[in-house]
Design a protein around this ligand. Structure first.
Ligand code: ZN
Length: 245
């Protein structure tokens, strides 16, 4: 069930049986020469939508621009400053809480978002403590690629060149969603270099085509369908336990 494709009476009805919601959160940033700029948002929302469909869980709009300053050397990337992102997450959560949601689960597709999400959570908990809010209220975040069966499956699919940015697994999920964008071109070098990142200049110097450690020519839409299937299954279990806790 998707919030944006629902009416307000439907949301009112949903709240009678559940006060939990999933928020997919990603980024709008380069994903190498063959990956979509929206990859991190598309992966999170595809898995969240599938879990939502299977278990009747409400899925909020996708928070689809994240913390991506280090990718700004590549056209199309958009970034929020961490301070802006923390403020925006806070307002998203407080809006949902205003209507009675008490369990907010962020399914994340981008490593750079982890720290701003955690800081936003700390800020929201502090506001509630200072306001003497008495009801039980919890938030959690999870990177979709750390859901156990998804992590296991992409390790099996891509034992070499899975990578850490523009990964074969994340591109496969986007190709499942948008099969016309499947691109299995061989890139040079076949497996991208690895290293540390500071700013956009440093990033582009070290990783000239945008990939880190990956060989995304291995990504196939069919793999993406398998990854969505097992990740959605894990997600339903984890979210149901979180909502009930
Ligand atoms: Zn990514």
């Amino acid at each position: 069930m998707r919030l944006q494709i629902s009416t307000w009476p439907e949301i009112e009805e949903y709240l009678k049986s559940s006060t939990g919601v999933i928020v997919p959160i990603g980024s709008t940033e380069q994903h190498g020469p063959t990956g979509l700029v929206g990859t991190d948002a598309i992966t999170a929302e595809e898995i969240a939508w599938e879990a939502g469909k299977r278990a009747g869980i409400l899925v909020a709009p996708t928070f689809n621009v994240g913390s991506a300053q280090h990718h700004m050397g590549f056209p199309g990337t958009m970034t929020l400053r961490p301070s802006t992102m923390i403020a925006a997450i806070t307002d998203w959560v407080l809006s949902l809480a205003h209507h009675g949601f008490t369990r907010i689960y962020f399914l994340n597709g981008h490593g750079g978002n982890v720290a701003p999400i955690a800081t936003a959570f700390a800020d929201i908990y502090a506001r509630r403590a200072l306001d003497n809010a008495d009801e039980s209220f919890r938030m959690m975040q999870r990177n979709w690629y750390e859901l156990p069966r998804a992590e296991k499956l992409y390790g099996e699919l891509y034992p070499v060149g899975g990578g850490s940015h523009a990964t074969a697994a994340e591109l496969a999920v986007t190709f499942a969603a948008y099969p016309e964008k499947e691109d299995t071109r061989q890139l040079d070098p076949k497996i991208a270099p690895v290293g540390t990142i500071t700013d956009k200049h440093h990033y582009r110097e070290q990783f000239p085509d945008g990939r880190i450690g990956s060989d995304p020519s291995q990504a196939r839409a069919e793999h993406g369908r398998q990854l969505i299937d097992v990740a959605a299954d894990d997600l339903v279990k984890e979210v149901q336990a979180f909502f009930a806790g």
